[in-house]
Each structure stands twice: as structure tokens, then as C-alpha cells.
Design a protein around this ligand. Structure first.
Ligand code: CA
Length: 379
């Protein structure tokens, strides 16, 4: 392949990495000691290299067209294409079309794909600290965890720990506070949780298991049939907008507000070599577009949840809150889990201590700022 074909023909990011090395080596080609006509020629050549078309193969953990998370990534790809003048293309592979939903981390780490959109708590089996980057039960809200990520040291921990897997994460959205889930029978006290089977992942699953629940992990398409047939007694999913679409209200009538996912972070993660092979301009476009996606997805969740909540109420579903003994037992179970995992995993300990110290400061401001306002607004 000659250079001309390479520039105009279009390559995937990982191919560019193999074929062309680092973009910065091209930038250093300008020699200002040369005659101006030579400089112009060299600059022109540099510009044409900067405009080379790069395609990022991005796999997601969501089905094609999946509301908010999937469509949010599609919007991100359109924005990147427009901002780059068509020189940076995000080719999206919904789950199972290139790699299975939960194989995206390993595939990007190995360079089989260039990037993925998913959630860090899915990878807690690789390092329990990764679950913390999605947040903790009773922990930071979406606003607070974004603030900790950007201004409290969270991104630095995340990038340091993902670098060991040859990955480079960006913020990729936030579900905002999630609902506690749909139950076939009411939960009137802690005793009602004993022995029930519930679909619940992440640290929330760890907490529920300490309350006597049998947590199970089911893929999206398996949850409704399992709940309908009574193979599980309860499930959490996300919030009103996505829950309503799943139809859980048809088979479970008790819908609980939650504490297990107060602001779950979604991720836009790149193979680290691929990220480093991109031009500074393309990196900046991706960073800006991911910042937009991060904000936009969170706001879209808010907008769609408030509408879906009205619909759910019209269906005669009453929103419940867990009784106090459940909440207190869950909080205590969480402390036990955080303590034991901190003792077992130094990465977990470091991230958790940073988050916890941020939470202690943040709750004082959030309670008097937002919290007091929300109470006053209902006067
Ligand atoms: Ca969830």
C-alpha cells in the first residue's frame, strides 16, 4: 500500500496504528529552516495527513437502537463525524454483532475492537475496584460522581487502573438514580426479602445477598420471561423509561424506589494504543463529544423518566419505598462489604477512600443546597 492509497483509502484506527505509527512523528516533519515554498509544501502534506480518514470500531453492550444508551452512542458518532469533517468515523457494533455484550472489555483490551460503550461495574470480576467507578449503593449521585471524576481524582484512578488492561476510559453517560426494582409481592419488612430470587448486578447484588436475597444475573431478554414464570421474584433494571418498555408492570405490581444505583456511570473506553495513535485534533473531538454524550444522556434519562413515571402511575402501579429495617440493614451490609473488599484489594481501598471522603464533604453541601431546596420547593 503506498502512502496515497493509505491517506485516501480509509483505515481502521488499529490498522493506522500498525501501518503509520504515531501521528506526532508526522507533525515534526516541518523544518522552518527550509525555503518558504518548501515549508508550504510540507505543511500541505501535514494537513493532508491530518485529514486522513480513521474509522473506530466501537462495540456496545446494548442492542441496536436501544433507547438512550444505544441512541446516545449513535448521536455521539454523528457528532464526531460532523466535527471532524468526516475524517473520524465511529462504526458502531451493537451487542452480539461483533462481540458478545460482556466481551467488549476483553476485546478492546486485546485490540480486537478499538473502543466500547458499556458500564464499569460489569468488570468487577477482573478487579472489584472497577465497580466503584459506576458508584456505590447509598453513595454519590450522578452530579456528585461526575464531579468526583473530574475534580476529585476519580478519572486519575480509573485511567491508572484501566491502563493495566491497555484501556483508556472517557465518561460515556449516566443513568441517574435508578429505581429499586419490581417485586411480585410487597416487601413489608426485612423478613419478606429472605430467600427471594432477584435479578440485581454489581455491589447492589452484594448488598442484597447479605439481606438473604439470592441475586441472579440475567441478560436483558431473559428477565421478563423469568419474572413472568416466577423463576425470579423481583428484578431491578434502570428507571421508569426503560422499565416501562420492558413490561415488568404486567407481571410485578410493586415498584420500589431505590438506593442501590444512585448515579451509575457509563463508559466510553478505547484501546490505549489506538487512543494514543489518534491525532491531538481527533482526541479533542472525541473528548468534547464524549463530554456532550455524558451530559446529554443523563438529561435524556431525566426527561424520559418523568414522562414514563406518569404512564406507570396511570397503569395503577403505586410507587413504594423499602421499609426502614430494610434500608438500615442494607446500609450496614454495604459497610461490611466495603470493609472486607478494602482489606482484600488495595485498588478497591484506594478508590473507595477517595470516593468516601468526597461523599462526606459533598453530602454536607448537597443536603443544604439541593436537599433543602427540594424540601422547600414542596412547601
Ligand atoms: Ca440497574
Amino acid at each position: 500500500m503506498n502512502r496515497r492509497t493509505f491517506i485516501t483509502g480509509g483505515v481502521t484506527a488499529s490498522m493506522a496504528l500498525l501501518l503509520n505509527g504515531c501521528h506526532n512523528s508526522n507533525r515534526q516533519a516541518i523544518d522552518y529552516s527550509k525555503h518558504p515554498s518548501q515549508i508550504a509544501e510540507t505543511s500541505s502534506a501535514t494537513n493532508s495527513v491530518k485529514q486522513k480518514k480513521v474509522t473506530i470500531r466501537l462495540a456496545t453492550s446494548w442492542p441496536a437502537g436501544f433507547p438512550i444508551m444505544g441512541t446516545g452512542v449513535e448521536h455521539f458518532a454523528e457528532r464526531v463525524k460532523a466535527a471532524s469533517g468526516g475524517s473520524l468515523i465511529i462504526k458502531i457494533y451493537p451487542k452480539e454483532t461483533l462481540v458478545p455484550a460482556l466481551a467488549v472489555f476483553d476485546a478492546a483490551s486485546a485490540g480486537e475492537i478499538d473502543a466500547f460503550h458499556s458500564g464499569p461495574y460489569y468488570w468487577k470480576g477482573k478487579n472489584s475496584a472497577f465497580a466503584l467507578f459506576s458508584g456505590t449503593p447509598f453513595g454519590l449521585t450522578s452530579e456528585e460522581i461526575n464531579s468526583w471524576m473530574l475534580f476529585g481524582g476519580g478519572m486519575e484512578f480509573w485511567r491508572e487502573m484501566y491502563a493495566k488492561h491497555n484501556l483508556y476510559p472517557l465518561l460515556g453517560g449516566n443513568t441517574n438514580v435508578q429505581m429499586g426494582g419490581w417485586f411480585r409481592k410487597p416487601i413489608r419488612s426485612l423478613a419478606d426479602l429472605k430467600g427471594i430470587k432477584m435479578r440485581v448486578p454489581g455491589i447492589g447484588g452484594e448488598v442484597f445477598s447479605r439481606l438473604g436475597v439470592n441475586p441472579v444475573l440475567l441478560a436483558a431478554g431473559e428477565i421478563y420471561p423469568a419474572l413472568e414464570r416466577g423463576m425470579i421474584d423481583a428484578t431491578e433494571w434502570v428507571g421508569p423509561a426503560l422499565d416501562l418498555q420492558m413490561g415488568f408492570h404486567k407481571v410485578a405490581k410493586y415498584y420500589y424506589a431505590g438506593w442501590h444505583e444512585p448515579g451509575s456511570v457509563l463508559e466510553l473506553t478505547f484501546n490505549k494504543n489506538v487512543w494514543e495513535s489518534l491525532s491531538p485534533e481527533h482526541q479533542a473531538i472525541l473528548q468534547i463529544a464524549s463530554d456532550e454524550m455524558n451530559t446529554r444522556m443523563s438529561l435524556e434519562f431525566h426527561a424520559k423518566n418523568l414522562n414514563a413515571l406518569q404512564e406507570i402511575k396511570k397503569l395503577g402501579i403505586a410507587i413504594q419505598t423499602f421499609p426502614n429495617d430494610v434500608n438500615h440493614a442494607a446500609y450496614q451490609a454495604l459497610q461490611e462489604y466495603l470493609k472486607s473488599e478494602s482489606a482484600a484489594n488495595d485498588d478497591f481501598k484506594r478508590v473507595y477512600e477517595s470516593m468516601e471522603s468526597y461523599l462526606q464533604k459533598s453530602r454536607a453541601w448537597s443536603n443544604i443546597g439541593l436537599g433543602a431546596f427540594l424540601n422547600t420547593r414542596e412547601v
